[in-house]
Unconditional design. Structure first.
Length: 174
């Protein structure tokens, strides 16, 4: 029997910043993932706390200073033999500007398309993450005051889109 080994990357922190009935999203078009929207955030630097990671990523991608709030969601992404944990914080913008592009890495700048607050009722014309019903879940949970932290499930990248292992009515993890 052959052994299958997975690489588990450090967690990625993502920030959900709301403005009325809009949530901040960034749009990227990297060659390996295609044109898509996602909540801003990303990977870690050695020794960085989760809160510090979120603050740094929110400064780099959307150009905002944020105050980290509670963790709202957790999910896992499987891409080949790599497992990535994504932690979604609610965050409050306390400064900065969506027009500040100085914090992105050279690689992110090549793939960057736009960043803006996306209205709840807006239908995105391209794939988005969170997706598979999760966009609606975020708004329903927000209307309920985010009563608990929720595990959104496992998503596998099939080369074109994420496939969810469980339905969007995931069970709370807290």
């Amino acid at each position: 029997m052959s052994e299958i080994l997975f690489e588990i990357e450090p967690p990625r922190c993502r920030g959900m910043v709301f403005d009325g009935d809009s949530m901040l999203m960034v749009r990227f078009n990297p060659p390996d993932a295609g044109d898509h929207w996602e909540t801003p955030g990303g990977g870690s630097e050695p020794g960085e706390s989760l809160n510090d990671r979120l603050v740094r990523e929110m400064r780099e991608e959307p150009g905002l200073s944020v105050e980290p709030g509670p963790i709202r969601y957790l999910c896992h992404i499987v891409d080949g033999y790599i497992i990535r944990t994504h932690i979604y914080f609610e965050a409050t913008a306390i400064g900065g500007s969506l027009g500040n592009f100085g914090g992105m890495t050279a690689e992110e700048s090549k793939w960057f398309v736009e960043r803006r607050f996306v209205e709840r009722a807006e239908t995105l014309e391209i794939p988005a993450f969170p997706q598979n019903g999760i966009w609606n879940r975020v708004w329903a949970d927000r209307n309920r005051g985010f009563p608990e932290t929720v595990y959104l499930g496992l998503f596998a990248w099939n080369g074109t889109r994420f496939i969810s292992s469980i339905d969007p009515d995931s069970k709370p993890i807290s």
